[in-house]
Write a protein that binds this ligand. Structure first.
Ligand code: ACO
Length: 320
């Protein structure tokens, strides 16, 4: 029996920060509006492409796992903001780390990293792969219309990566659940609508738009449902969960989710204040931060859940 265990982790957060106070110098907003509604104080803005952020996070994860790029036998890169659509940017990371293996991008928006982690565990448990690199990386600042305060204040750039390895030691990824609700496709989106829109001048007006209140409700319901399902399928009681690492879209979403699941608030990892919403990168960055703070300890049971455009949702339960 093979188990799929996280053996390495790394993040890459661009050095430039944009605080709520900085934003207030060029759009009609304020720290007083942003912080209590979202939990965000600042976000990082990248001067390099998504694939470069992803490469540095991947190199750090490989170093932490003590393995070389050429030992990786699959690369799964979750992003909604690749620097190139064709080819995928997993191939760029692959070239940069010197791996010789399968490599592909996933676009499941903010749930992408957990989609990747789930698939990586299946690859390993089936015996198909031994060492999988799973990356979440975004440069969402390129997707923003900086004159639209509704979205400009919410997002940030960054990347995180983990190495998932086959081991004989029981533990690692215990189970995962994925879902998508296509009825909600229109409540969170960014142009281009269709490939044909490139012939339409209006489509050059490219920015993220969403219905925040609708997302708020559906995020809590979606993440709660999949979290309960994965716990039930794995036969784990929610009282046995030591830590929850949720997608960081809004601190109030996390508070409400944790509250409804009747899990103590101290068990939730919340780092949105420093990064904003980095979409597919929030969870691997939060894993790194939780490790740096000593919040993750051996043998802990960790629940991670996410929600994003699609409307995707995902939950992964794993032992550290
Ligand atoms: N600064 C100041 N005022 C603002 C800002 C801003 N940045 N943005 C909106 N406002 C104003 C609006 O214009 C509106 O003014 P009005 O009442 O005069 O018309 C007022 O604030 C309230 O606007 P709402 O959009 O109703 O604000 P709401 O309380 O819903 O909060 C928020 C918005 C924080 C986005 C909330 O809906 C939310 O957290 N949604 C879920 C998270 C989310 O949608 N994230 C993006 C999706 S990505 C994902 O990860 C799934």
């Amino acid at each position: 029996m093979q188990y799929a265990t996280i053996t390495g982790w790394g993040k890459c957060v661009p050095p430039a920060t944009l605080t709520n106070h900085d934003l207030a110098t060029f759009i009609d907003t304020s720290d007083e509006w942003i912080k209590p509604r979202t939990g965000i104080s600042q976000r990082h803005i990248s001067h390099v492409n998504t694939s470069e952020l992803a490469t540095v996070a991947a190199q750090r994860a490989l170093a932490a796992a003590g393995i070389k790029g050429e030992e990786i036998d699959l690369i799964i890169l979750a992003t909604a903001s690749p620097d190139t659509l064709i080819p995928n940017i997993a191939s760029t990371v692959q070239a940069n780390i010197g791996a010789s293996c399968g490599a592909f991008d996933i676009n499941a928006a903010c749930s992408g990293f957990l989609y990747g982690l789930g698939l990586a565990s299946s690859q390993i448990k089936s015996g198909q792969s031994k060492k999988v690199l799973v990356i979440g990386a975004e440069r969402l600042s390129f997707y923003l219309d900086w004159s639209r305060r509704e979205t400009a204040v919410l997002f940030g750039d960054g990347a995180g990566a983990v190495v998932v390895e086959a081991t004989d030691q029981p533990g690692g990824v215990l189970g995962y659940e994925l879902n998508n609700d296509p009825a909600g496709r229109d409540i969170l989106k960014a142009g281009f609508g269709t490939a044909m829109d490139r012939f339409n001048a209006a489509s050059l007006d490219f920015y993220i738009e969403f219905n925040g209140q609708e997302i708020f409700k559906r995020a809590i319901a979606g993440m709660g449902k999949l979290s309960n399902t994965v716990l039930e399928k794995c036969g784990v009681d929610k009282d046995e969960v030591d830590l929850v690492i949720p997608h960081q879209a809004n601190e109030r979403i996390i508070d409400t989710l944790i509250n409804r699941m009747k899990i103590p608030k101290e068990k939730a990892v919340v780092n949105i204040a420093n990064y904003g919403n980095t979409s597919a990168a929030t969870i691997p960055i939060a894993i790194c931060d939780a490790l740096e703070k000593g919040l993750i300890k051996p043998n802990q049971t960790i629940l991670s859940c996410a929600f994003g455009a699609g409307l995707t949702s995902a939950a992964v339960l794993f032992k550290w």
